[in-house]
Design a protein around this ligand. Structure first.
Ligand code: NDP
Length: 282
């Protein structure tokens, strides 16, 4: 599995496994299957309310801790310099771990500056090997970088063939922030699997559309964390390293960019209010 090296020095697999929307009672089984398939990067969040099940799967796997890369995220209700370390401790407790590989601010709302300062300390204390953010559009990312000591190691943002984020990636590269994709398969929407360009390229390589969509991301050095509850798809989504997309194929896929999200608009005031008032059992 190829890795990227984060600005904090930690090595992160280029491909991992996401557990958003896997119900708590199915998560342990799914994560055990993903680890069995070969995934070593796991992506959860306090807001997914399935950290305990992820922790049980990690413990059951017997895989040495230093071979795993575990990410979780801080939810908005726990932002602030005092609340964030307590939320971090609760996440670690649920995961059954003594440190994280990557701790992310899940959303750029509320007192995320206070949270970031607390996370800088967690990183310096060695409890989070890397710290980063998620859902930060370029303006907020530039502001956070400008007014704080530590540059986020990662920005995890919606990125797929229909929302390519090339300008975001350019800014991240300039500052040494690793681009990580959520929704790498467009959350299986937007006609991804029937898209004629992707179907054509998939046929040419004797691969599936999912594999083309994921290979396109990792070929751009974007870390991808597809989710599936089906072992055959987990294996399919990992099998990306024996082929390469040509420059011409990359250029054809570049034409699919719509430049917009169909999942969530982080600039819509109603959406901002909704996320800010949504509470989870964190
Ligand atoms: P994905 O783009 O990974 O799509 C998941 C969907 O695709 C599921 O319906 C899955 O179905 C299906 N699927 C997976 N593999 C295949 C395949 N090979 N062929 C056909 N269908 C397939 O969406 P996610 O939203 O799950 O994003 C991935 C991860 O990103 C999340 O799990 C989470 O960890 C993270 N995330 C972070 C967010 C943030 O705000 N930071 C927001 C959203 C996600 P099935 O399970 O039935 O196989």
């Amino acid at each position: 599995m190829p890795h990227v090296t984060l600005n904090a020095g930690a090595r992160m697999p280029l491909l991992g496994f996401g557990v958003f929307q896997i119900p708590d009672d199915q998560t342990q089984q799914a994560v055990e299957a993903a680890l069995e398939a070969g995934y070593r990067l796991l992506d959860t969040a306090a807001a997914y309310e399935n950290e305990r099940a992820v922790g049980r799967a990690i413990a059951a796997s017997g895989i040495p801790r230093d071979e795993l890369f575990i990410t979780t995220k801080l939810w908005v209700q726990d932002h602030g310099q005092d609340s964030a370390p307590r939320a971090f401790d609760r996440s670690l407790d649920r995961l059954g771990l003594d440190h994280l590989d990557l701790y992310l601010i899940h959303q750029p709302f509320g007192d995320y500056y206070g949270a970031w300062r607390a996370m800088e300390k967690l990183h310096k204390d060695g409890r989070a090997r890397a710290i980063g953010v998620s859902n930060f559009y370029p303006d907020r990312l530039a502001d956070l970088i400008t007014h704080n000591e530590i540059v986020p190691a990662v920005n995890q943002i919606e990125t797929h063939v229909f929302f390519q984020r090339t300008a975001d990636q350019k800014l991240m590269r300039e500052h040494g922030v690793q681009h990580e994709s959520w929704g790498p398969l467009a959350q299986s929407g937007q006609g991804l699997f029937d898209n004629p360009v992707l179907v054509d390229i998939a046929r040419a390589h004797d691969k599936t559309v999912a594999q083309i969509a994921l290979r396109w991301l990792i070929q751009r050095e974007v870390v991808a964390i597809p989710k599936s509850v089906r072992p055959e798809r987990m294996a399919e989504n990992l099998d990306l390293f024996g082929f390469q997309l040509s420059d011409d194929e990359m250029a054809r896929i570049a034409t699919l960019d719509t430049g917009a999200s169909r999942a969530f608009d982080h600039h819509d005031p109603e959406g901002v209010k909704w996320l800010g008032s949504t509470r989870f059992d964190t």
